[in-house]
Design a protein around this ligand. Structure first.
Ligand code: GTP
Length: 360
């Protein structure tokens, strides 16, 4: 079974983190986000993944190669953004039987095998996974008949229109027939155009409702942060969920005076100096150097980051290759890759662009 994953977007809402790192490659528990998605697909029998080649796709090609965990990996060029439907149509020549199609910024533990079984039993041309949300008004709702046939889509519903809490989970099973409903070479949306055409033509188009599984759309900074925390705490339970408490990577050295509380993941080959306190939930990437008496609380730190003596990092995201001068305090901030600060630099609620040197 093949799966097509849409990764052609620019990830503007996750800037500045996505200036030099594609959204799909942003680390979640020290592994690219999209690798968690592919692992879930492989667990449900997918043996070929097709990525639409987008913003900084070379990084994905380097990570996955041509075969990843026994699964064939193919990248398809998209000369200019074709939208969600156009991106799928662009891969038509690779997809001649039933396939999964996924938004590349959604992670879920949806039972894809059960979804496929339903798709087959209904002889559907398309099946959409639906997931419940607490506040449906911000989303496009999907209304269904009793037998799960899709009745209609309601975009940005008014309060009196809210008859369901189920939204499109960005995970589909499609038959090649769906290609007939997408114009080639044009920027089109599967949600707003293709699916409406299937309803217009009364094609067998069903919902797969999954109220139990974990689901997250990692489209913005808060959701990215939340996904890391949910993985660490086990709220998102999947093959990557670590044991509770401290998880220390190979070759990482910790002084005996280091204190770690809560759920923490430290990557490999890190050095953690005397007096450091790490108060989870915290993720620290590979090859980081945490100097004396630093404090890290409720934060996500990527690879090769240097924290100098007495630094405090609170509720922040620090991307690769940053160096924070001694005695600095970061709170509620997002630092893209390669940021440097002089000592005693205080930063609150800020977003810092790649390569910036911050000095007092
Ligand atoms: P924002 O710029 O922050 O909205 O992010 P985005 O560019 O990723 O857009 P959005 O979140 O709406 O996209 C949902 C999914 O569709 C993501 O996985 C995108 O990579 C993908 N996507 C969006 N536009 C395109 C496109 O033009 N082509 C392809 N192939 N994929 C797309």
């Amino acid at each position: 079974m093949k799966a097509l994953i849409l990764v052609g977007g620019l990830g503007t809402r996750l800037r500045p983190l996505t200036i030099n790192t594609p959204k799909a490659m942003m680390p979640v528990l020290n592994k690219p986000f999209i690798a968690h998605v592919v692992d879930h697909l492989i667990g449900h029998g997918v043996d070929e993944v097709i990525f639409t080649r987008g913003h900084l796709a070379g990084q994905m090609e380097l990570y996955f190669g041509e075969i990843y965990r026994g699964c064939k990996v193919t990248f398809i060029n998209e000369e200019r953004p074709l939208g969600t439907a156009g991106g799928i149509k662009n891969c038509e020549r690779y997809l001649d039987s039933t396939f999964f199609a996924l938004n590349g910024d959604v992670f879920s533990t949806i039972d894809l095998s059960a979804m496929l079984a339903q798709h087959r039993s209904k002889h559907a041309v398309a099946t959409i996974a639906l997931t419940p949300v607490e506040n449906p008004s911000a989303f496009g709702l999907v209304e269904t008949e009793k037998d799960n046939r899709i009745r209609r889509f309601v975009e940005k519903p008014k309060s009196e229109e809210i008859a369901t809490d189920l939204i499109n989970a960005g995970c589909y099973i499609l038959e090649p027939e769906v290609f007939n409903y997408i114009e080639s070479g044009k920027n089109t949306s599967i949600e707003r155009e293709t699916f409406q055409f299937l309803l217009r033509d009364h094609r067998p188009f069903y919902a797969f409702v999954d109220r139990k599984s974990y689901w997250i759309d990692m489209g913005n900074r808060d959701k990215y942060f939340q996904f890391n925390m949910d993985m660490l705490s086990g709220r998102c339970h999947c093959s990557a969920t670590p044991p509770a408490g401290a998880n220390i990577g190979d070759g990482t050295t910790l002084d005996s005076s280091v204190t770690i509380t809560g759920n923490v993941m430290l990557g490999h080959s890190c050095h953690v100096a005397p007096g450091v306190r790490i108060e989870g939930p915290v993720v620290v990437g590979d090859r980081c150097n945490i100097s004396k008496n630093a404090l890290i609380r409720n934060s996500v730190i990527w690879e090769n980051v240097e924290l100098d003596d007495n630094d405090e990092v609170n509720e922040s995201i620090i991307a690769d290759n940053c160096h924070i001068g001694s005695g600095s305090r970061l709170s509620g901030s997002t630092l893209a890759d390669g940021v440097y600060t002089t000592p005693d630099y205080f930063l609150t609620g800020s977003q810092v662009w790649p390569g910036t040197a911050l000095s007092n």
